[in-house]
Every structure is written in C-alpha cells, then in structure tokens.
Write a protein that binds this ligand. Structure first.
Ligand code: NAD
Ligand code: MG
Length: 394
C-alpha cells in the first residue's frame, strides 16, 4: 500500500531531498500536502511535479501569489495558509506519514499534532525535541505514533541499535552513544579572528549542504548541543551516556559503544537522502541517489575531542540538558534569535553564545508541562534575547 505523506518544510534542504527520494519511487508514495512558508515559486514547481491535494503557505498574501502560479500551471492543488493549516495537514485522516522539516520551534505545533494523531513522524526538526522533548515523546507513546529520526547522527544510531531496542541502554549492554561532529568551518580557524567571521563564511559548511540556520549552528557547534538533547529524548539516554567526538570527514555519522568493547558505526557519504530513504523505506532499503562510499579516495578518518573554549555553545547546551525543565526551551529560543540577528548583520559571530548564555542565566528554571507554557517561555526568551541583541548591536 502507498504511503500518503505530508511534507512540512518541503521547500527547504530536507524537504527537497525528501522529494528527490520520493520521485525515485512513485509507486510507493502519494503526496497529500506540501508546506513551504514563503517560497511560493519553489512550492508551485513542487505542486506541478507532485500534485498534492494541498499546499500550505504563511499567510493570505503568499496564498494569493501561489494560487496565481498554480493557475498558470493548471495545477488543481488547493492552497491553505497559516499555522492552523499546518496542524490540519499534519494530522489529517488521510495522511500516514509526516516529514517534519520546518526549521526552528515553528515546527513544534504541527509536529506535535502529527504525534497526537498517531502518524509516522519522520523527524528532522530537532528543535521539537529540544523545546518539548518530554511532551512530544509522551504524546507519541500515548497515540502509538512512530518517531523515526532523520537527523543523520540519530539515524546512524537508530541503524546500529539492536532491532528490539526497548528504550533502555543498559538493558541492551550499551555503554554510551557517540555523536560525531564535523566541527564545522572554523575547527582550525585562529580563535582571535572569530569575532570577524561573516555570515557568508559561517553558512559555508565543509561537508554538508543545509539551510542557513543549521549551518550557523554547525559553525558554533550549537547544532551538536541540540543533537545531544535530541538523542537524550529519542533514545532515553542519560546525559552521562552521551559523548561527542569531532570527526572532520563526516563519513561516520555516529556510533554506539557496547559493554564488550564493540563500537558499531554507520558510514556513508554526507547526503541527507540516505537517512531519509532509510526511514521512508523501512523495513526495505530504498535507492536514494547517493553515491556509494569510495574507500579508494577516503584518505583518513580522524577524531579529536571538542574544544569548549572554541565552541562555548556546546557547553551551554550540555548545561541546559543537565538543568532540564525549561532550560533547553530557553537555549533554543535564544539561539534562534541570536542566529537570525547574526545572519542579519546585527551581532557578531561570537555574540551568539553571549546572547544564549545571558538568556539562560536570566531565566528562572521551571518544568513545562503543556505546549502553551512552552510557547510562552519561548516567546519570553525571544523578547529577552532581543533586548540583549539591541544592546550588543554592531
Ligand atoms: P531550510 O531553511 O533549508 O528549510 C526550512 C523549511 O521550513 C523551508 O521549507 C521553509 O519554508 C520552512 N519554514 C521556515 N520557517 C517557517 C515557519 N515559521 N513556518 C513554517 N515553515 C517555515 O532548513 P533545513 O536545513 O531543511 O532544516 C530543516 C530542519 O531539519 C531543521 O530543524 C534542521 O535542524 C533539521 N535538519 C536539517 C539537516 C540538513 O541537512 N539540512 C540535517 C539534519 C536536521
Ligand atoms: Mg545532524
């Protein structure tokens, strides 16, 4: 039977890679909805190619623009807009699977709605787990929603965990989970030049092609920090059992260390179509369009410890994970605001960590039970971060 998919964030890096995989297997997938926020011309082309029942954009203005483009293509896709429309297409009866590939906390409400509705969730939007890990995992468990990790590290771990993994590392003889990190573009850059790093330099990742926000997160290593929290929730892993190792070639996508001394790793070229195809195809392996790993041209696989003075954001994420409660939500919101300000030329690269640290120390920790309290904490943190950003302004 065909899977019926909604792709949230279809116009982004993960969204387009997903459609690339889907297009290779038209007999396996139907598209119910594509959501692309403000990128109407890309979305119109996707609608013409995949013929979804619905396309979702940010607001009425973008809806009118998309409708015009679709009419020119004689495409029958119906256009919806706004946040409720994202929730509706993520939880509609006809949908079996949802690719959660919106960037940032904006992805939380529709991803949570998919969990509530018991869908298979292809989870790329790591911010959902950082902001609302406990709530999201409990919701998925209660509804029977399957959560399949798209993030390459978590997908690698998922592939090398025992197939009957029960959610307890110790019960399966697992000592730790080892997340690999490329270290980003500034792994060996002179630290004294960090404050002059430009957005163009920061988004130029050495191994991966990704959206702007995650590229900056990779450059600060906040991305690895968010991924620690993501792994904590996905695999029920205590923080002490999570390791980070820098592996600049991005060939090993992560590892699981077992008590007997075995370390199992998943390897491949750095291309998100591999984890996407793995999850979409389960239990079958699908062709993804990714080239075979060529051992003849792999010079070396190297490893080193992360340097926290170079990557203070990684330390801040560790601290937030240990603190728990509302701290990861604050970490994420402050980081989103700081990264946007950096990309907009309003603060320096080195200010990103300052803004996050300031927000974390300003907040009063608490536990967050429901989505409304999480979103309120998110909004308060953004306001606090904006005040700090204005004060720092370059
Ligand atoms: P991107 O910036 O390329 O795409 C983001 C998508 O979300 C676009 O379709 C955009 O239109 C949509 N979007 C943005 N803001 C929105 C909003 N407020 N409301 C609704 N839609 C909105 O990002 P990406 O690199 O594809 O990353 C998407 C998610 O996947 C992120 O959470 C990221 O951390 C995660 N992820 C990405 C990669 C990667 O290789 N790109 C790898 C692992 C995880
Ligand atoms: Mg990753």
């Amino acid at each position: 039977m065909k899977q019926v998919l909604t792709i949230l964030g279809s116009t982004g890096s993960i969204g387009t890679s997903t459609l690339d995989v889907v297009a290779r297997h038209p007999e396996k997938f139907d598209i119910f909805a594509l959501a692309g926020n403000r990128q109407v011309s890309v979305l119109a082309a996707q609608c013409a190619a995949f013929n979804p029942r619905y396309a979702v954009v940010a607001d009425a203005e973008h809806a009118a623009a998309l409708e015009q483009l679709l009419a020119a293509e004689q495409c029958a896709t119906e256009v919806l807009y706004g946040k409720q429309a994202l929730i509706d297409v993520a939880s509609a009866e006809a949908v079996s699977g949802v690719m959660a590939a919106i960037v940032g906390a904006a992805g939380l409400p529709p991803t949570l709605a998919a969990a509530r509705a018991g869908k298979t969730i292809y989870l790329a939007n790591k911010e959902t787990l950082v902001v609302a890990g406990a709530l999201f995992m409990e919701t998925a468990k209660a509804s029977g929603a399957k959560v399949l990790p798209i993030d390459s590290e978590h997908n690698a771990i998922f592939q090398v965990l025992p197939p009957d993994f029960s959610g307890s590392l110790s019960a399966h003889g697992i000592q730790s989970i080892v997340l690999t990190a490329s270290g980003g573009p500034f792994l060996d850059t002179d630290l004294s030049t960090f404050s002059n790093i430009t957005p163009a330099q920061a988004v130029k990742h050495p191994n991966w092609t990704m959206g702007q926000k995650i590229s900056v997160d990779s450059a600060t290593m906040m991305n690895k920090g968010l991924e620690l929290i993501e792994a904590h929730w996905l695999f029920n892993a205590p923080p002490k059992d999570l390791e980070v190792v820098i592996h600049p070639q991005s060939v090993i996508h992560s590892m699981v260390r077992y008590l007997d001394g075995s370390v199992l790793a998943q390897m491949g070229n750095p291309d998100m179509r591999t984890p996407i195809a793995y999850c979409l195809g389960l239990p079958e392996r699908l062709r993804s369009g990714v080239d075979a790993l060529d051992f003849g041209t792999l010079a070396a696989l190297t490893f080193r410890e992360p340097d926290f003075s170079r990557f203070p954001c990684l330390q801040l994420a560790y601290d937030a994970m240990h603190a728990g409660g509302s701290a990861p939500c604050v970490l994420n919101a402050a980081n989103e605001e700081a990264v946007a300000a950096f990309l907009g030329g309003r603060i320096r690269f080195t200010d990103i960590a300052r803004v996050v640290e300031n927000s974390l120390s300003a907040h009063v920790s608490g536990s967050l039970g429901c989505v409304d309290s999480l979103l309120q904490q998110d909004a308060e943190t953004r306001a606090c971060a904006q005040r700090h950003i204005a004060a720092l302004g370059v």
